[in-house]
Write a protein that binds this ligand. Structure first.
Ligand code: UDP
Ligand code: MG
Length: 137
């Protein structure tokens, strides 16, 4: 079993897409084992996305991620890091496969509804960033 961190981003929460994302998860074999809503500060978003700090989109991305509440979840399944990234679709929704979350719901390369960890190292950092062991069932 593997774990990953998912975030429903401020655009997804604001546009009423929490249920749509959760429906796609519950229609797959991926289990939600922790979940909460919160709004990040700019510094919290900068810490979360520290790997991207040199990228041109960093300031805009961290502004966007603090613009409203997000839903953070820990997901569990076999091979869930890859599996959930497949369910999300490509970063650029125009390149995402049909039926993926981003293809169905994203409106912009930045406002792409969801985040998912991209490796075991990032999953373990990102899960620990938002959850302690008592919050994971
Ligand atoms: N992003 C952006 N412009 C880009 C690339 C990425 O605004 O050219 C944003 C987008 O919200 C993306 C996030 O930055 O989800 C993190 O980028 P990453 O390359 O890690 O994509 P992801 O892993 O989310 O698919
Ligand atoms: Mg990424």
């Amino acid at each position: 079993m593997e774990r990953t961190l998912s975030i429903i981003k401020p655009d997804g929460v604001g546009r009423g897409l929490i249920g749509e994302v959760i429906k796609k998860l519950e229609n797959s074999d991926i289990k939600i084992i922790a979940m909460k809503m919160l709004q990040m500060t700019k510094n919290q978003a900068k810490g979360f996305y520290a790997v991207h700090k040199e990228r041109p989109f960093f300031d805009s991305l961290t502004d966007f991620m603090t613009s409203g509440p997000v839903v953070v979840m820990v997901l569990e399944a076999e091979n869930v890091i890859t599996k959930y990234r497949e369910l999300m679709g490509a970063t650029n929704y125009k390149e995402a496969e049909e039926g993926t979350i981003r293809r169905d719901f994203a409106t912009d390369i930045e406002k792409n509804v969801v985040h998912g960890s991209d490796s075991q190292e990032s999953a373990s950092f990102e899960i620990g960033y938002f959850f302690n062991s008592f919050e994971i069932v």
